[in-house]
Design a protein around this ligand. Sequence first.
Ligand code: SF4
Length: 396
Amino acid sequence: MRQFDIPSFYKSDYINAIKNKRNATDKLKKDFTPTFFEKGGVHFYIARFFGFCYGVENAIEIACKVVDEYKNQNKKIYLLSEIIHNDFVNTMLYDQGIRFLYDTIGNSLIPLDTLDDHAVVIIPAFGTTVAVQNKIKERGALIKQYDATCPFVKKVWNKGEQLSAKGYTTIVHGKWHHEETKATFSQISQHTPVLVIENLKEAQLLASYIVTSNTNTDFYDYFNNRYSAHFDIKKDLNKIGVVNQTTQLASETKKIIAYLKDVMHKKFPHDPVADHFADTKDTLCYATNDNQNALIAMLDTPADLAIIIGGFKSSNTSHLVELCEEKLQTYYIDGADCIQDKSRIQHFSIHTKAVQESCNWLPAHKHPTILLSSGASTPDILVEEVIDKIVACIDQ
Ligand code: SF4
């Protein structure tokens, strides 16, 4: 896979050595067992795959090149929104002079029509909506644009277009408020009816409208803002295909696909299934698959606790936490500063969506076993800092 030129302050020699050693002995990347290492008496297992993915490194490389190219030309550089969901990375870009046009939920921070002709705009890894693309175009040809949309996100858009060519409605398994899902919804809506569902429970609700041909307007209330213009439950739910936000939980996407396929088969028992349900393989990207599968493989290892490192708005990181929590005590932190000392840790709850403090998080004995992983938007340097902080706590 292509190597990207990203700044050294995101990298860690320590973590790099671990990754290189594994890659050297497992060139085809088939071995998902975790890597063991011992530091300061602590027994660490780190997932076989973790940290920066292709799309994130690609986006950071583009942003850094744009800064280098324009920093001495009196140009103002903007990102449409956070480049990825990691505060450390976004702060570094801000410090280099990049400003953000929208916040993560789409509120305008700097109106596009106030940009002058020296503006340079970067589209982040999540991509953007057709409406925002058009607004940039309207602003005129003098605004220079750089597109850092991840190729794996664009692959989903292409899949939606292919489904539309065959007459399928696209069901997106994703979080409606997430920038990537908004972009995907908007891009695919240009071609075909689209509906966003968040989980299996919502797939079951959708099925109740499909199976009974229920035309109750409750559908439009419940899925308000999550269906494309002119969506008609009488005709747009007879032929469907599922794509997803690339960072969703792979196992849930697979369950939704199997479930809705079965629903369509039951509704049209005399027709070939393919006439009503597109045979899409799930559209999760390789990094989400690898990181989730490596985490699942690591969970067979007996341990005292797990630490997952990533931004608190990061969808892919929160799914790693969700998987981990099923097996053992898990702390979701965004960096070493969350660790106060050997008895106190501040960590994010994916249930309350708030940071909370826990006491006595480290076992009293000198040789705890800790599982580690990090999200696709987490720089390796943050993982190294967390390891060092844990070791320092043991020494206290
Ligand atoms: S997680 Fe996957 S889709 Fe998202 S930026 Fe990374 S490589 Fe691209």
